[in-house]
Ligand binder design. Structure first.
Ligand code: ASP
Length: 335
C-alpha cells in the first residue's frame, strides 16, 4: 500500500487514526524515507476489532467502547460479554451446552498490551467469565484460577450466582444422553465461541477468548480457549492471534503463539494462520475431515488474516466504520 492509499484510508476511516499512531506512521520519518517504510508501519486504519464467527453485535460493542476513548482491553471485555450474555448461543456463556454430567463449565482468558494475562477454567455459575479473567489478571498475583477456587474468587469480587443451563440446552443434553454418542459436529457445535482481538487508537493490542467448550465433554475437560499461547496470544510489538474449533488440536500445536512468532519472523497474518492450520493438518491427515480449527490474526500494522480447515468457519471485522462478516480460505474446500 502506497502512502497515498494509507492517507486515503485514513480519511475513509475518519476517526480511525490516533495522533499517536499517525505520528508513528508518518511524523517521525525523514523526508527521504520512502513510502514503503510507512507501509510497513501501518497498513490498516485503527481502531480495529476482529473476532471469530459472525458476532457483529459483539464487535460493534467493542468498536463503540474504543470510539468512546476506551482501551482495547475494555473493548475486548465488553465485546466478549455480549456473546456471554446471549442465551441463544450454545457454546459460550449462558445457554452453553453442558458437559456429560449436565454442568455448564466455562473457560475464558484475556491478555493486554503489556503482556499481562488472566484466565479462568472450569468456572461454573458465573455469567461473565471474561470479566472474572480480567479480575484474575488485575487483582491477584496469579494468572489462572480453576473450578471452585475461581468461582469463590468471582463471588468475592461481587459476581452473582447465575444458573447457566437454559431449558433449551438442558433439553439438548437430555436428548444427547439417549445415545451418549460423542461426535463433535463441525461448525455447528462451535459456532459462537468467541475469540476477539482489538487494536485501539494508540496502537495497543489486546485479546480475549471465552467459551463453554465442547458440548458433552468429559467432566473436568479444559480446552485451548483459556490457555495462553493456544487459544489466544498477544504480543504488542508484533500482533495477536486467537483460535476456535477442536481445542485439543490447538493445544497440541500451541497455535496462537505459533502464529504470533511466525508474524515476528516476517509472515503476514494470513500466511501465519495458514501455517498454523497446516501443522495440525500434517499431524492428522486421516482425521481432519472430522474436526474444525479456525484461526484469526492481526499484526501491529493493522493487517488481518484468517484460515480454517473446513468451510463454515467465518469471522467478523470492524474497521473503517464497516462491521462485516468475512469468509476465509480453507484447507479443505467443499468438504
Ligand atoms: N476451542 C474451544 C474448545 O475446544 C471450542 C470452540 O472453539 O468452540 O473448548
Amino acid at each position: 500500500m502506497k502512502r497515498r492509499t494509507f492517507i486515503q484510508n485514513t480519511a475513509i476511516g475518519g476517526l480511525g487514526i490516533s495522533t499517536g499512531l499517525a505520528a508513528l506512521a508518518c511524523g517521525n520519518t525523514s523526508e527521504n524515507e520512502s513510502a514503503s517504510k510507512d507501509e510497513k508501519m501501518l497498513v490498516g486504519s485503527l481502531p480495529l476489532v476482529i473476532a471469530t464467527w459472525d458476532v457483529k453485535e459483539a464487535t460493534a460493542k467493542a468498536w463503540e467502547v474504543m470510539q468512546n476513548g476506551g482501551s482495547s482491553l475494555d473493548a475486548i471485555e465488553q465485546g466478549c460479554k455480549v456473546e456471554e450474555a446471549n442465551a441463544e448461543g450454545q457454546s459460550v456463556g449462558i445457554g452453553g451446552l453442558p458437559d456429560r454430567e449436565g454442568n455448564v463449565t466455562l473457560d475464558a482468558c484475556i491478555m493486554n498490551a503489556a503482556g499481562d494475562y488472566g484466565a479462568v477454567v472450569y468456572l461454573q455459575n458465573i455469567l461473565h467469565p471474561i470479566s472474572v479473567a480480567r479480575k484474575v489478571m488485575e487483582e491477584t498475583p496469579h494468572v489462572l484460577l480453576a473450578g471452585k477456587g475461581a468461582e469463590q474468587f468471582a463471588f468475592e469480587q461481587g459476581f452473582e450466582k447465575t444458573n447457566l443451563l437454559t431449558e433449551a440446552s438442558k433439553k439438548a443434553w437430555e436428548e444427547w444422553k439417549i445415545t451418549s454418542q460423542y461426535k463433535p459436529i463441525i461448525n455447528i457445535e462451535n459456532h459462537d465461541t468467541i475469540g476477539m482481538l482489538a487494536i485501539d487508537e494508540n496502537g495497543d493490542i489486546s485479546g480475549g477468548c471465552t467459551t463453554s467448550g465442547l458440548a458433552y465433554k468429559m467432566a473436568g475437560r479444559v480446552g485451548d480457549s483459556p490457555i495462553i499461547g493456544s487459544g489466544l496470544f498477544v504480543d504488542n510489538e508484533v500482533g495477536a492471534a486467537t483460535a476456535t474449533g477442536l481445542g485439543e488440536e490447538v493445544l497440541k500445536t500451541v497455535g496462537s503463539f505459533l502464529i504470533v512468532e511466525l508474524m515476528r519472523q516476517g509472515k503476514s497474518p494470513q500466511e501465519a494462520c495458514e501455517e498454523a492450520v497446516n501443522r495440525i493438518v500434517k499431524k492428522n491427515s486421516e482425521r481432519i475431515k472430522d474436526f474444525q480449527v479456525g484461526y484469526i490474526a492481526v499484526n501491529k500494522q493493522g493487517e488481518t488474516g484468517a484460515y480454517g480447515i473446513h468451510e463454515g468457519f467465518v469471522y467478523t471485522v470492524y474497521q473503517n466504520e464497516n462491521n462485516e462478516k468475512h469468509i476465509p480460505d480453507f484447507y479443505l474446500k467443499n468438504s
